[in-house]
Ligand binder design. Structure first.
Ligand code: S3P
Length: 440
């Protein structure tokens, strides 16, 4: 695959119905839960991206059998305590923070030390946030620079239940602790700042002994001793984070509309929709339905002529955490100055995304004011890039920076050269195919 995407054409008016690929968070979690179940689980529409394939490679290292067929995937679990631990296992989480963090919870009881490595981007990310609580269960972790990968973990035969306060709003930390808690003999209590709740919903669907009490900004989660997990057959709905690129493409195009079918609209994931609707968009959910605890709908959106700035309430941050680069594009196209705060977590992603958000807008000619936690964006609905040349050069592999830049190139004009095309393979390999289909 050529590594550079070139574009100098704005997209023409379109009216389309599309599908995007399976939800990444649910795909990763389905593979992990199935690997711990007793017997055969089957999933349709599993995301076939590098991140999810890395999860499959990882569970195979522990003796779990996987049949990855064209239309479905089967996993034959050996039970909650059924991983076959051997000496000298090295697991590679590649670009996936979700895999790297969640698997550490599952491996709390490993008999032999395990080395966890990742690609350049993942090796720069914070793992202390998850090894800190896991140490309380009894795991021992040796991390590079006390914080990063590679790390070597030594497990414990008898993990002890813990009390843990998850303050960052990180679903990865929360989920890692839930997985470790399932392997203890007592009750673990987690107070967690709100974040995506797929792990809890899957636990409930599997009838595992978990309770969740929702408070204003936190959840109180209790997980009791578990002995076994039932197999999990699942039809994975489409990923709202992948759908988001086309929502914004449509919103910023002229006289266009799109329907995106069968998307997971879990209330902890729809922050971007709420924010954009506050900015004047009219994004609607049609055919709402429930599926195994998750909310699903078709998303319909039309181009918007009048968008206004927002002072974004930070309580919406966690539900939009993977979509802020796109939200910043919409803020740039809106009238007025938009303000986003408490966004330090964005700099902890595959690349420092808050900084990249500002960088992309600055290259396009928009004024921004940036701190470590906040960004002000001076919107200018009339700014046309004409023939301006914009180069988004190779940097840490970050799929969302690449895909957001492609959407910017198709909606703002200008002559773009965007590096790192293969980064889409981590989360959304079909991204450019969907774009081609919309242009047809
Ligand atoms: C994810 C949680 C979020 C999100 C990531 C997927 C998950 O990360 O950004 O893309 O599936 O649990 P944090 O837990 O670091 O917020």
């Amino acid at each position: 695959m050529k590594q550079i995407f070139f574009n100098k054409e704005k997209i023409n008016t379109f009216h389309k119905t599309i599908h995007v690929t399976g939800d990444k968070s649910l795909s990763v979690r389905w593979v992990l839960f199935s690997s711990l179940a007793n017997g055969k689980s089957k999933a349709y529409n599993l995301l076939r991206s590098e991140d999810v394939l890395a999860v499959i490679k990882t569970i195979k290292k522990f003796g779990i059998k996987v049949n990855l067929k064209k239309d479905y995937c089967e996993i034959i679990g050996n039970g909650l305590f059924g991983y076959k631990y051997k000496k000298n296992i090295v697991i590679n989480a590649e670009n996936s923070g979700t895999l790297g963090r969640l698997i550490l919870g599952i491996l709390i009881d490993t008999k032999y030390p395990i080395k966890l490595i990742g690609d350049n981007s993942l090796s720069k990310r914070d793992f202390k946030r998850v090894t800190d609580p896991l140490s309380q269960f009894g795991g021992i972790y040796k991390l590079k620079n006390k914080k990063n990968l590679p790390l070597i973990l030594t497990g414990t035969k008898n993990p002890k239940p813990i009390n843990y306060f998850e303050k960052k709003g990180s679903a990865q930390c929360k989920s890692s602790v839930i997985f470790a808690a399932l392997k203890t003999k007592g009750t673990t209590t987690i107070k967690a700042k709100k974040s995506r709740n797929h792990t809890e919903l899957l636990c409930k669907h599997l009838k595992l002994p978990i309770t969740v009490t929702r408070k204003k900004n936190t959840d109180l989660i209790k997980i009791k001793k578990t002995t076994s997990i039932k197999p999990l057959n699942y039809k994975i709905p489409s990923d709202i984070s992948s759908a988001s690129f086309f929502i914004v493409l449509t919103l910023l195009s002229v006289n266009s509309s799109i329907t995106i079918k069968n998307v997971n609209i879990n209330p902890t994931r729809i922050g971007m929709i709420i924010i954009l609707n506050k900015m004047g968009a009219k994004i609607v959910f049609k055919n709402k339905r429930k599926y195994k605890g998750e909310d699903i709908a078709d998303i319909f959106v039309k181009s918007s002529k009048k968008l206004k700035s927002i002072n974004c309430p930070s309580k919406l941050n966690s539900g939009a955490i993977d979509e802020f680069l796109l939200i910043f594009l919409v803020a740039a196209k809106s009238k007025g100055i938009s303000y986003f705060k408490n966004l330090g977590e964005l700099n902890q992603k595959e690349s420092p995304r808050l900084k990249w958000g500002a960088k992309i807008l600055n290259k396009m000619g928009f004024k921004t004011e940036l701190t470590d936690e906040t960004i002000k964006i001076h919107g200018n609905p009339d700014l046309d890039l004409n023939n301006k040349k914009i180069l988004i050069k190779k940097f840490l592999k970050d799929h969302r920076v690449f895909m957001t830049s492609v959407i910017a190139s198709m909606t703002f004009g200008g002559e773009w050269q965007i590096h790192d095309k293969d980064s889409i393979n981590t989360s959304f390999p079909e991204f450019l195919d969907v774009i081609r289909n919309i242009k047809k």
